[in-house]
Design a protein around this ligand. Structure first.
Ligand code: FEO
Length: 183
């Protein structure tokens, strides 16, 4: 009896996304190690915490594939790429990487809709919301570095930014959570 509830196409895309999330974790890990070695412990702490979030995303895909009776294929994780040129470059790359990840997530949503695979469509909605948060978080980082002077940020501003990021919460606040009393 066939108990696999995923099409070949969707199973393959979900497995690919599982690897993408592991790749994202490696990017945050590599940038965190880079930040620490540059003396930015607060930024490193923030990036290391986020690497864990990406590993959690990876596990959600792994678990979903298994729970739908399909096969998990653990494959090689691509290299995270070269180190950032500076803090501004680091945050710009993070934003770009999150936007690319959103495109991958939307692609899976489209695919599940085309196949009328509503279980996968429903599962993917968590990631649609999560990506809005991730992009918001990355945009917040870019705003902070912009205020600090962007690519030309001086040592004092970077020192303050580093201290701030050590305390930055892991989750960004979404527009739908805002009220008149709490703008
Ligand atoms: Fe798992 Fe940052 O997206």
């Amino acid at each position: 009896m066939d108990t696999n509830r995923l099409s070949q196409k969707i199973a393959s895309a979900l497995n690919q996304q599982m690897t993408n999330e592991a790749h994202n974790a490696q990017i945050y890990l590599a940038y965190g190690a880079w930040a620490d070695s540059e003396g930015y412990e607060g930024i490193a702490n923030f990036l290391f915490r986020h690497a864990n979030e990406e590993r959690n995303h990876m596990m959600k895909f792994l678990e979903y594939i298994l729970k739908r009776g399909s096969k998990v294929v653990v494959s090689a994780i691509p290299e995270p790429g070269p180190n950032p040129a500076g803090v501004n470059d680091c945050f710009e790359r993070i934003f770009k990487s999150e936007v690319e990840n959103t495109a991958n997530i939307y692609n899976l949503v489209n695919m599940s809709m085309e196949e009328k695979d509503w279980a996968t469509w429903n599962f993917m909605q968590w990631f649609v919301k999560e990506q809005t948060e991730e992009e918001t978080l990355a945009l917040d980082l870019l705003s902070k570095i912009k205020v600090a002077g962007g690519a030309k940020a001086g040592a004092d501003a970077l020192y303050a930014l580093d201290a701030d990021l050590a305390k930055t919460p892991d989750d960004a606040r979404l527009a739908q959570d805002v009220s008149v009393e709490r703008p």
